[in-house]
Unconditional design. Structure first.
Length: 92
């Protein structure tokens, strides 16, 4: 699978296709990670994880176009901390 670093670091928007697995490289991992997607019209599945890699797959019936995925660390002491944001352009 293609591996993507966070767009919040690289300033890149990644071209992706539904039904294809992609690896997101997390800067760090905690038990309190929460995943957010900025469109209710786009669905994704967590395929698996390996160390700092999180494999995801966008559903075939997702709306095409720009979408962002954010990972938030719900730290009990610091509150919500942005771990990373990935910007995608979902196409066919």
């Amino acid at each position: 699978a293609t591996t993507f670093k966070p767009s919040s670091d690289t300033k890149q928007t990644y071209q992706v296709k539904p039904g294809t697995p992609y690896d997101l490289r997390l800067p760090y991992r905690t038990p309190q990670l929460v995943w957010h997607i900025d469109s209710e019209q786009v669905k994704f599945v967590h395929v698996g994880e390996d160390g700092l890699l999180e494999q995801i797959l966008f559903a075939e019936n997702s709306l095409r176009g720009p979408v962002s995925v954010r990972v938030i660390d719900e730290d009990p002491e610091l509150g919500a901390v942005l771990v990373g944001r990935w910007d995608f352009k979902l196409g066919d």
